[in-house]
Design a protein around this ligand. Sequence first.
Ligand code: ADP
Length: 455
Amino acid sequence: MFWRIATFVFSQLTAGAIGWTLAGLGGALLGAFLGSLVWFVADLVRGTRFIRWLRDPEARPAPTLHGLWGEAADRSRRLLRAREQLVAESERRLQAFLAALQASPNGVTLLDGQGRIEWCNQTAAGHFGFDPQRDLQQQIGNLVRDPVFAAYYTGNDHGHEVIMPGRDSSPGRPVQLSVQLHPYGEGRRLLLSRDVTALAQAEAMRRDFVANVSHEIRTPLTVLGGFVETLQSLQLDEAERERYLALMAVQADRMQSLVSDLLTLSRLEGSPPPGFSEWIPASVLNAQCEEEGRALSAVLLPPTAPPQVLRFQAPPAVALAGAVNEIRSALSNLVSNAVRYTPAGGQIDVGWQLLPDGRVMFSVIDTGPGIAPEHLPRLSERFYRVDRSRSRESGGTGLGLAIAKHVAQRHGGELRIASTLGQGSRFAVVFPASRVRMLAAPTPVAGSTPATAGR
Ligand code: ADP
């Protein structure tokens, strides 16, 4: 400020002195006036340069000025830089915030006071079929036309979520979304969407499972109850009593098998994958399967019927690692299925193969009724049966293949099914090479023939 006054006074005095020298007192007054005028013009030019720069500081560089205008320009420049840094910092924070919302596994859509889309993440775009760029500022009501959503959106009760079909939902592949509106800010709303397809499927599976188990248990229980009533109310002779008691025992056995299979399944689901500390020779497994298979075949077929031909190949000299009881139950389920579904006189071949990559395959081939292709993908579902009455007659629980598949998968292997209707089926469990160990010599088992590799 001092310099401003000083330059003003200096220009007046200098011009006044020149005027005095040239024309005395009148010249001095005129000189002082002209000196002030020049100073004002110069000051106006500097002020104008400053204001022009201030109007659009990003377009042109700041003018080099001295004195008061120089300080004003300097301070403005510093203020602008601080503001720019503040804006950049806010922008950075906003981007980080949006990136976090983008990474959210849930769909996030921000709506303004008029229900227009201000922003949405990719997940929400996928859920509703939005284009995250093109659909900005579009009314959400125009883009999401599902009636469930429309009723929810236009209603007043947003304190709960609603379930609606996702954009990619189709009868073959239903997609279910859970959506909820949350108010925030001034009239703005946050639309959260979640893909609950897997949850809904799990819930449906749970409901089906409970219904199936109840149904499976209710049938033998009803039969048992009927027999008990008959025994209580009728005077039966000894032979009839024996007959009824035998029938009751069959139903009780059925329930026992069902409960035992259910417990096996729940154990399989609840326990960690089997380790590698327990090893069992394939020959031992084979012998157990053979014993059970032959015994079952003898029990199921009437003595007058032509017997089934059961052939068990001696396995290669290997041992398998895993949960021995699980492996045994998986393999014997396959053998018992073959025995139960193959008619009298049919043939069942149980074999082992050491595959070139070190895996081991246990297979059961029968000449039974075979299975139509449409059933094959669902065969290992719990309680899925092709031939319901044959399954029940022969003591099936509908869980055998589910158990076999579970066991195979827990051991890192797989259950393979191939079948031709009217010709027969082949069920196989393949164990990974990591669970196979070569033994020094095969453990000979009476009545078995050597295995052939590479079938
Ligand atoms: P189940 O106790 O009813 O045999 P599984 O889970 O073991 O239950 O098998 C499921 C269904 O697969 C059976 O009900 C049967 O219809 C069919 N199935 C299984 N093994 C055979 C087979 N070897 N031949 C024909 N059908 C079979």
